[in-house]
Design a protein. Structure first.
Length: 393
């Protein structure tokens, strides 16, 4: 597949020149032609306008990203034909568009995509044809740790695809020695989703994400922020806020694999993390044990946990600070009400959707926004992460 390489020097000028975008083959990075400084300015204006009624007292400087090499996870749709696969996206007619030179991917991911394509060509497996609803190979997911280790997940339609990949795992491990975790996911249904429920591990169990202060463990279906550098900045900012308010008992709701909880843990601070994914909770427990941190991680619904345990009559010690990091829909009316009526002194809310954040803040008038900060997790798009420190009035 012929591609135009990106210009390494483009980062020096605050732009990322992309042949795929210029040729109209991929428009995922809709703002890529906007200078990066202007992208930041526009995001700040929109976010401040969206949160105007919440009136943050202090806006800290935006934590910016680089313009290239920042994405730690690639979700590659398989297209093309048997023995001639493409790895990238599907166009409007569901034809494969090969994006192996995509400049936003981490270098370790970009380097391994051609190797994966050659490996899949050698299997003879047919890419899934969305229109005809036949074929085998659907997606390849690749996650890169700062160390260079990789997690590779193949998403196939049937047991046949799984059997073929399992039979060829030896050559795959030789081709990609950095792949410390390899799995095959079965997605038999014709659905617009990226994975199914069944996962078979071919190698390893979890990818060690070695961050600056904490090693997190990611399993195949675990969530992690897509921009490692900015994620570290977010974790450190939240930990600084928690230290500043001298929290002694901290809850981390929607804790995922434990990033916030583990960054904020200390010898005199009690930490509890709650997350619906049992896999994520097991990963958080592994990280805590490695760090020697006495933290409690529970698998369960964050809202139900808060409603049940913020009441004074329960046996769980009440927190003086709560971290929430919900999906795009926000924490919703029930959890907002539980926190509003809780008497908890401080809340840290990390949001990937300022619109739902504004709605949730309006439901909690007992709190004022002491500080706010934007984290540009998704350069070249309109999306952003914003974190706020709330203080009870």
């Amino acid at each position: 597949m012929t591609t135009l390489p990106l210009t390494p020097a483009s980062a020096d000028h605050g732009r990322l020149h992309c042949g795929y975008f210029e040729r109209g083959e991929c428009r995922s990075c809709a703002l890529i032609e906007t200078p990066y400084g202007q992208q930041i300015t526009d995001k700040e204006s929109w976010c401040r306008e969206t949160l105007a009624e919440a009136a943050p007292r202090i806006w800290l400087p935006t934590f910016a990203s680089g313009v290239r090499d920042f994405r730690n996870r690639a979700k590659l749709a398989v297209g093309g034909s048997a023995c001639h696969v493409t790895l990238g996206i599907l166009d409007q007619e569901f034809h494969g568009v090969d994006l192996r030179d995509c400049g936003i991917q981490a270098p370790a991911i970009r380097a391994v995509i051609p190797v994966l394509a050659d490996f899949l060509d050698g299997t003879g497996l047919e890419p899934y044809d969305v229109s005809a609803r036949r074929g085998e190979l659907k997606f390849v997911h690749v996650t890169a740790a700062p160390s260079g280790e990789l997690m590779i997940r193949f998403v196939v339609r049937t047991q046949h695809g799984l059997d073929v990949l399992r039979s060829r795992k030896g050559p795959l491990f030789e081709l990609i020695p950095a792949a410390s975790v390899v799995s095959v996911n079965l997605l038999p249904e014709h659905k617009a989703v990226l994975e199914g429920n069944r996962e078979e591990m071919l190698r390893g169990e979890s990818l060690r994400m070695n961050l600056d202060r904490v090693d997190l463990h990611l399993r195949p279906q675990s969530f992690f922020q897509t921009n490692t550098h900015v994620a570290i900045g977010l974790y450190n900012q939240v930990a600084a806020w928690v230290d500043a308010v001298e929290a002694s008992n901290l809850w981390d709701l929607y804790c995922g694999v434990g990033g916030f909880a583990l960054y904020c843990a200390g010898p005199t601070r009690r930490v509890t993390g709650v997350e619906v994914s049992e896999q994520a909770i097991e990963s958080a427990k592994v990280s805590a044990a490695e760090l020697g941190i006495d933290a409690r991680f529970l698998a369960g619904d964050a809202t139900e946990f808060a409603e049940a345990n913020l009441a004074a009559s329960t046996g769980v010690e009440r927190p003086d600070c709560v971290i929430v990091n919900p999906p795009r829909r926000g924490i919703g009316a029930r959890l907002s009400a539980a926190l509003e009526n809780s008497g908890v002194e401080h809340i840290v809310y990390s949001s990937c959707n300022p619109v739902s954040l504004a709605k949730d803040l309006a439901r909690m008038p007992a709190y004022e926004v002491a500080q706010a900060r934007i984290f540009d997790m998704f350069p070249h798009t309109k999306h952003l992460e914003v974190a706020v420190l709330l203080q009870r009035r």
